[in-house]
Ligand binder design. Structure first.
Ligand SMILES: O=P(O)(O)OC[C@H]1O[C@H](O[C@H]2O[C@H](CO)[C@@H](O)[C@H](O)[C@H]2O)[C@H](O)[C@@H](O)[C@@H]1O
Length: 277
């Protein structure tokens, strides 16, 4: 498979660094919209064809393979099907934007404490949604955070705008943060994001290079962290899908693909390049 189009010199240099020294590389990816196609019902998300095999093939030669997601770690492992998948015995899943860490090698999850604001927001949310005319907005209760989805409403985009300020106010009143995403507004704990999560992973693995793939606004923190580390000498490849239409992410990427099948193509091309170096 040929090398994907790398739009930047820094991206080309990052790709070459991973190929030359795969043991020093972290390969990390978001889940929804990046490894799995977006669907109406979040409980129906599944890994794209070939995604797990592509990760497993890379896992044979790189230092660390990881999924970094807004989902709870165990939900992401279940939906993606990574548990027990051949070749993914060293996979790490960083869930809840890094609040949780699941290790395939042990099956155990560790978590930072969940702040009390989540429980208060959980109690207040139904009345708030009813008061702004969206009592039927789907609330995905993720335990450590609450995601309000508008995808299945009759007017998803206007609903998102109506809900944005009241949900911001609720989040701030209980010391949570509002995380906007693709037709979703999430109330989640402060102090952690995908950038912090990725930095922790890079530090713990002493990585010399990183490829990160994402699709949505929640992935911007990871891109920003990598851009900062890049100026400190870390070799990076930033991959974005167009799945969520987040132009801030695609504009900042070294490689842009249409959807998760494009991510599979990129990961496969990378393991081909490593195998033939
Ligand atoms: O960090 P991610 O793995 O990308 O998770 C972010 C959110 O993804 C999910 O919502 C998105 O995917 C759904 C299923 O395809 C889709 O219905 C929804 O509109 C998208 O926003 C998930 O449900 C959220 O909990 C995650 O935070």
């Amino acid at each position: 498979m040929s090398t994907p189009v790398l739009a930047t010199a820094a991206g080309r240099e990052g790709w070459e660094a991973i190929v030359a020294d795969p043991a020093g590389a972290v390969i990390a990816s978001d889940f929804d919209g990046t490894l799995s196609p977006l669907v109406e019902d979040p409980s129906m998300s599944r890994a794209a064809d070939g995604a797990l095999d592509a990760l497993a093939r890379l896992a044979r030669s790189v230092g660390q393979v990881a999924i970094v997601t807004g989902r709870p770690a165990l939900v992401a492992t279940e939906l993606s099907g990574v548990t027990g998948h051949p070749g993914l015995g060293r996979l790490v899943v960083l869930g809840h934007y890094g609040l949780e860490r699941w290790e395939a090698s042990t099956g155990a999850v560790t978590s930072d404490p969940v702040p009390p604001g989540v429980e208060i927001a959980r109690e207040k949310l139904p009345a708030l949604l009813a008061s702004v005319g969206y009592p039927d907005a789907f609330v995905e209760d993720k335990g450590s955070s609450l995601a309000v989805h508008t995808r299945r409403l009759a007017d998803p985009l206007p609903a998102l705008e109506v809900l944005r300020q009241p949900l911001t106010d609720l989040a701030e009143s209980v010391d949570l943060r509002l995380e906007p995403g693709n037709l979703v507004l999430e109330l989640r704990p402060p102090g952690i994001d995908k950038g912090v999560a990725l930095r922790r992973l890079i530090d713990s693995t002493n990585a010399r290079s990183v490829l990160y793939a994402g699709d949505d606004l929640g992935d911007l923190a990871a891109f920003e962290a990598l851009n900062t580390l890049r100026s400190d000498g870390l070799h990076c490849v930033l991959v974005a899908t167009r799945s969520s239409g987040a132009t801030a992410l695609t504009d900042a990427a070294d490689i842009v693909v249409d959807d998760p099948s494009g991510v599979v193509t990129v990961l496969t091309a990378l393991s081909d390049a490593i195998a033939t170096r």
